[in-house]
Design a protein around this ligand. Structure first.
Ligand code: NAD
Length: 252
């Protein structure tokens, strides 16, 4: 079993020659910014399962539950700042070796850290905007949250009457084809894939590293717990992203 320094050394060697690095990030990269992930022990999802898209559309009680859960999440996301891991990825971008970030996160922290919006693919949408479930119109999440906070129970679109929610993907909703295509195109040309803070249990995000492996692209995984692709990765580091990424980037 290698110690952390040896693992970092191995990972740095793989990254040394890479010029088209792609990272795939999950909720784990943002836990050190104060936004809990959903699957780790003790997280609210374990006791309080998420509302599915079907339930949201068909059931007023599910929409009430959705807004109740979002209240605390909105507070956490709106005050969160990028941490050392987000910043390390921005450093890679500024050195010209980061092709892009594919993220399962909706918190916008990669962009806040300085990653150019056109380099970020948000597979699961963004919680910074609201969206109508019927006409798709996007609007300000701040305004929508204010409506909820001032007592509105079931907010609807002023244009078409459809139900409003954050512009994120709920269970039972498909990842938009445009984002998925963009992500696959990045994977098709990257020369190294760095997975950070993803359990690799959520599809289709979890299929992307397998796509990279079909091209024998080096795969580095930084995650607190084991993932199903650990045995196929070139380097696996089970440590906090905020500890690993700055050290790794400094070594490259
Ligand atoms: P996930 O696949 O994103 O898993 C998170 C993984 O991160 C876990 O395996 C955990 O062990 C690891 N982790 C936690 N803290 C870490 C750290 N400091 N360093 C390295 N690894 C760490 O899945 P999930 O948490 O179950 O979330 C499901 C979906 O919900 C996500 O795909 C995302 O769309 C959404 N989500 C987003 C946010 C966000 O935007 N910040 C937060 C929670 C959930």
């Amino acid at each position: 079993m290698l110690n952390l320094q040896e693992q970092l050394h191995d990972a740095a060697e793989f990254m040394q020659g890479a010029k088209q690095i792609v990272t795939l990030t999950g909720a784990g990269i943002s836990t050190e910014s104060g936004i809990p992930d959903f699957r780790s022990p003790g997280s609210t999802w374990r006791t309080n399962p998420p509302v599915s898209y079907q339930a949201f559309i068909n059931d007023a009680e599910s929409r009430r539950k959705y807004w109740e859960t979002r209240k605390s999440l909105y507070g956490q996301v709106s005050t969160a700042r990028p941490n050392a891991a987000h910043q390390a990825l921005a450093t890679l971008q500024n050195r010209g070796v980061l092709l892009g970030v594919i993220t399962q996160n909706f918190d916008g922290l990669h962009q806040d850290a300085g990653i150019l919006p056109e380099h970020v693919v948000e597979l699961h949408g963004t919680s910074r905007l609201a969206a109508c479930t019927r006409c798709g119109a996007r609007s300000s999440m701040t305004t929508l949250q204010q409506r909820i906070d001032s007592g509105e129970i079931d907010p609807q679109c002023e244009r078409c009457g459809g139900f409003l929610k954050a512009a994120t993907i709920l269970f039972g909703q498909r990842v938009p084809e445009e984002e998925l295509t963009q992500a696959r195109e990045m994977i098709d040309v990257c020369d190294l894939l760095l997975v950070v803070g993803s359990s690799l249990k959520v599809t289709p995000a979890a299929t992307l590293p397998r796509l990279a492996l079909t091209r024998n692209v080096p795969l580095i995984i930084v995650n607190m717990e084991a993932t199903s692709l650990d045995s196929r990765a070139d380097v696996v580091i089970h440590e906090k992203a905020g500890l690993v990424l700055p050290s790794l980037v400094a070594m490259v």
